[in-house]
Design a protein around this ligand. Structure first.
Ligand SMILES: [Zn+2]
Ligand SMILES: [Zn+2]
Length: 381
C-alpha cells in the first residue's frame, strides 16, 4: 500500500517534537510539493488553472507566494537536515524546490491569452490545501484532543485523495453545481419574503440563514443515517477512525451533492444571493473545524454552538452515541428532536468509525461501495 511505503521511506522512530527536525522536514516537503505544483500551473495555466478563479488572482502576489514557498522549502530543509538523523524529508523538500527553480520558478511567463473552457483545478487544490493547513494544522499540533494521534495517522493519504477529488474537478463541483444553484435564488426567491428578510439587520439575517440551513441539513443527514441504501453512501464519511480537519473531507460525492442541494434549496426561497454565498463560506470553515483534533472547549458555549467535541461524538463507534448529533451548527436542534448526546463530564469518545461494519480500503473501492452492495443484495433477493 502506497501510504505504508511513504511512512516507511519518510518516517523514523525518533521523537517528533519541536526542535527535532521533524516539523521542519515535513514543512519542507510540503512546501516543495506546493512550489513544484504551482510552477507547473504557471507552465500550463490553460489546462491546470480554473478559468473562474483566474480573474481573482493578483499575479504579482501569487508569484511572491510561489517564491516564498520555494525559499521556505529550502530553508526548512536545511534546518531539518541539521537537526535530524534521517534526511529523506529534508532532501525531498529541497529537491522539489530545486526542481521548481530549474523549471523557471516564480517568474515563468504566462504566454498567450487564456480562454474559458474545461480545466483541472490544480491551482484551487494547492491554494486551498495551503490555506486550510495554515488555519487548522497549527491548532491541531498545539492543542490536540488526542495527543498521541499523528498528522500521518492511518488513512491520511486517502483523505488527501478525497480532498483532491473535490478540488480538481472544481468546475463540476462548484461552478457547474454550486454557483448556478445559488444563482437560482433569482427565480426561486419569493420576492416579498426575500425583501422582508433583506430589511433585517445583517447579523440576524445570517443567523436565520444558518438556522434554515441546519434544519435542512438535520433532516437530510438523519435520512442518510436511517434509510439503509442512503447510509451506504454516508458510511464512508463515518469510516474515519481518527478525526482531524482533513478527515472531514472524506465523503461520497453523492452524499456531498445531496446534502448541499437539500441545504441550499430551502435557503433560496428566503435569502438574498450574498447571504447564501456568506453561508457557504461559513459552513466550509465551521464544518472543517468541528472535525479537528482540537481539545480546548468552552463548556458554557457548548449548548449554543457546535464545537469539535460535539461532532466527534457523532463520529464515535460507541453504542451510546450512535445516530446522535445530526446538527452541524446548533446543538439545540438535536435537543429539540431528541437526538442530542454530549456527556456533561467533558469527555471525548474512546473509539471512532463504523459500528459492526467494514468498508473496503481505497478511494475507488469506496466510491463503488454503495452501488456494489445494492447489486449483491438484489442478486440475493
Ligand atoms: Zn453522520
Ligand atoms: Zn463529520
Amino acid at each position: 500500500m502506497l501510504e505504508k511505503k511513504i511512512n516507511e521511506v519518510f518516517g523514523d522512530d525518533e521523537p517528533s517534537g519541536f526542535g527535532t527536525g521533524w516539523w521542519s522536514g515535513v514543512l519542507s516537503a510540503f512546501f516543495g510539493i506546493l512550489a513544484l505544483g504551482a510552477v507547473v500551473c504557471l507552465h500550463y495555466p490553460q489546462l491546470l488553472t480554473s478559468p473562474e478563479l483566474r480573474p481573482f488572482y493578483p499575479v504579482p502576489v501569487m508569484r511572491m507566494l510561489i517564491q516564498g514557498v520555494i525559499l521556505g522549502a529550502i530553508v526548512l530543509g536545511v534546518i531539518s537536515a541539521m537537526l535530524r538523523r534521517k534526511k529523506v524529508l529534508a532532501l525531498t523538500g529541497m529537491g522539489l524546490a530545486l526542481a521548481a527553480t530549474l523549471l523557471g520558478g516564480a517568474s515563468v511567463p504566462i504566454n498567450g491569452t487564456l480562454h474559458a473552457g474545461p480545466a483541472i483545478g490544480l491551482d484551487w487544490f494547492l491554494l486551498d490545501l495551503l490555506l486550510m493547513t495554515l488555519i487548522f494544522s497549527p491548532i491541531e499540533v498545539l492543542w490536540p484532543a488526542y495527543r498521541q494521534q499523528s498528522v500521518f495517522r492511518e488513512e491520511w493519504l486517502l483523505d488527501i485523495g478525497y480532498f483532491l477529488s473535490t478540488h480538481l474537478p472544481i468546475q463540476v463541483t462548484s461552478f457547474l453545481i454550486l454557483l448556478p444553484a445559488t444563482e437560482l435564488t433569482r427565480y426561486l426567491g419569493i420576492p416579498s419574503l426575500v425583501n422582508a428578510v433583506g430589511q433585517l439587520p445583517w447579523l440576524l439575517q445570517f443567523f436565520l440563514a444558518v438556522l434554515v440551513a441546519d434544519l435542512a441539513e438535520y433532516s437530510v443527514h438523519r435520512l442518510f443515517h436511517t434509510v439503509p441504501w442512503l447510509w451506504r453512501f454516508h458510511a464512508i464519511h463515518h469510516s474515519s477512525r481518527n478525526l482531524d480537519w482533513i478527515a472531514g473531507s472524506r465523503s461520497h460525492l453523492v452524499d456531498d451533492v445531496a446534502v448541499r442541494g437539500f441545504m441550499l434549496i430551502p435557503m433560496m426561497f428566503v435569502f438574498p444571493h450574498d447571504m447564501i454565498v456568506a453561508y457557504l463560506l461559513f459552513v466550509t470553515i465551521h464544518a472543517t473545524w468541528t472535525h479537528c483534533n482540537f481539545g480546548p472547549t468552552l463548556r458554557w458555549l457548548e449548548p449554543y454552538i457546535i464545537l469539535p467535541r460535539y461532532h466527534h461524538w457523532h463520529h464515535t463507534s460507541q453504542e451510546e452515541a450512535i445516530d446522535r448529533n445530526f446538527a452541524i451548527h446548533f446543538p439545540w436542534i438535536d435537543k429539540l428532536f431528541g437526538t442530542h448526546y454530549l456527556p456533561s463530564d467533558g469527555s471525548w469518545p474512546h473509539t471512532y468509525g463504523l459500528h459492526n461494519e467494514k468498508l473496503p480500503h481505497g478511494f475507488w473501492a469506496q466510491a463503488m461501495y454503495p452501488f456494489r452492495r445494492r447489486k449483491k443484495a438484489a442478486a440475493a433477493a
